[in-house]
Write a protein that binds this ligand. Structure first.
Ligand SMILES: [Zn+2]
Length: 257
């Protein structure tokens, strides 16, 4: 922790100079950085970039930069420890990588790059679409899990949870968890809300369904003050670089509250 604090303190001058944040008290910035972890949100990786897709070349550049900068990706078990313990043992410069929607290219294009740079990621699966055209199959999910990747629920149908009745929400939460647990043969503890849609009673229902954490699509660094509204940082093909994404979209909004 001391190492990380020193690292952060060292970088603060440049960051505050760059973004004109000299009015934000330094102790406040340091505390926010020490207690927060960036969570990247990807969807698709493929030859042609579009709204949901970044190119395989760009994804490889992202992973290479992050590895070179000394980031260490956390498993969901480590994220769970971060949620449950005050001072868990985590590596320096922790980072969480997530993928939503369970597209086939997560297996064909993203997995080989993640493995090349020894990165872990978690993949949020729409269980009602498992095995559909262009989506991951159960066998691929098991193979990725055997390679150290983690999986979470992205519900059964990808409907917006805030729009559903309590019974429909409960069904989405329970049935997707059960289907993934049957596929993987182990507990599924995390959910990513489709389209970032949730209400206070959705969070309560997620806890009752046995989840221990939920990822939103609200942009910012994950502060872990609420286990069920963990912020993420979406990565798009038009973002200048992964360093820019981490600083501009993660760090700065969070520092400004
Ligand atoms: Zn989605």
């Amino acid at each position: 922790m001391i190492t990380r604090r020193r690292f952060i303190t060292g970088g603060l001058g440049a960051i505050t100079a760059l973004f004109g944040l000299s009015l934000v008290p330094e102790y406040k910035i340091i505390d926010q950085l020490v207690n927060s972890i960036p969570v990247l949100l990807y969807h698709r990786v493929g030859p042609e970039a579009d709204d949901l897709t970044i190119s395989t070349t760009r994804f490889e550049q992202d992973m290479a930069s992050l590895a070179e900068e000394g980031y260490h990706t956390l498993s969901l078990a480590q994220v769970a420890r971060r949620l449950q313990e005050q001072q868990p043992q985590l590596p320096d410069k922790p980072l969480i990588i997530t993928f939503d929607d369970g597209y086939l290219d997560n297996y064909t294009n993203a997995l080989p790059v993640l493995q090349k740079y020894s990165m872990k990621a978690s993949f949020y699966i729409i269980t009602g679409m498992m095995g559909d055209t262009d989506r991951l199959t159960g066998a691929q999910i098991r193979e990725m899990a055997a390679a150290g990747m983690d999986f979470g629920s992205h519900t059964v149908t990808h409907r917006q949870l805030a729009e559903l009745t309590p019974q429909e929400v409960a069904d989405e939460l329970h049935q997707s968890k059960f289907a993934l647990e049957q596929t993987l043969g182990k507990p599924v503890n995390f959910i990513a809300y489709p389209c970032g849609s949730y209400r206070p009673d959705t969070i309560q229902a997620a806890g009752q369904a046995g989840y221990i954490g939920g990822f939103s699509t609200q942009c910012g660094l994950a502060m872990f003050n609420n286990h069920f509204t963990i912020k993420r940082i979406p990565v798009f093909h038009f973002d200048r670089s992964i360093a820019y994404v981490l600083l501009r979209k993660g760090l700065i909004p969070s520092m400004l509250g």
